[in-house]
Design a protein around this ligand. Sequence first.
Ligand SMILES: [Zn+2]
Ligand SMILES: [Zn+2]
Length: 309
Amino acid sequence: MTFVVQPTLLYGRKYQKGMNWITVTAMIGFHIGAIAALFFVTTGALIAALILYFVGGMLGIGMSYHRLLTHRGYKTYKWIEYFLTICGTLALEGGPIFWVATHRIHHQKSDREGDPHTPREGTWWAHMGWIITGEGLHHDASVLSKYVPDLCRDRFHVWLSNWHWITNVVVGLGLLAFGGIPYVLWGIFFRTTVGLHTTWLVNSATHLWGSRRFMPRDDSTNNWWVALLPFGEGWHNNHHAHPVSARHGLAWYELDLNWLGISTLRMLGLAWDVKVARIAQAVPYEENDRPAGEHEDSPLVLEEDEAVA
Ligand SMILES: [Zn+2]
Ligand SMILES: [Zn+2]
């Protein structure tokens, strides 16, 4: 399933004027908390941070926000979709409706006018600048419904998008009760700050540095050191070439833990209609600037690949 949106909100550097002081204050606070964590090292706190990093980044952002909600690379039961999406809110990257809207526009406008975070407008801009400036990215469901009609019809996703920060408050209070301040510093502040930077590297580094297996119309690259941190999201050239594929690491040596997670769901009978691209598959013509005639043999809709576990 491909979602085509016609943006009316104006994205990109020249439209995002002024600092968003709420976001700036939150980011400064979380970075200070992350640095403070380095002075309160305990084994238990490190383990808690690692587990939450996995839950928020892999189960949440990779397997739900990105590959399920944005691109619908596979189908699953609603209760699994909701559970994984709740995990995603732990990453502190906003609610699912905001995240999916921004990312669908990124794919539609990749590295061209209207891309919310292209490094063509500056490396720092693509990494963090776009999130701390302007108001344009912060809209409620009624404004974003044009971009995310599927999620806006779902009352749970609308509700969760309004209350996405609650999960970190609940988990933070639990950590405080269980292990005290070190657990909160590591499990909330350090873990979310590192998680944000690893996600932002996908927007900055993998549109700048790395190799290009496919030639979609954007600047996306495959980058092994970015790939490892957010559980396989750094095989970003593969992803831009075949956005619907639930598998991003297409070669055997391209470690993609998010894909392993989705494969596991399929093995357990909890995921189906899983879309998988192949290395030899040409880029669908609408994804690059070459004339359509060069791609007459290319399937535009990926087939489910039962052979790939
Ligand atoms: Zn991208
Ligand atoms: Zn994507």
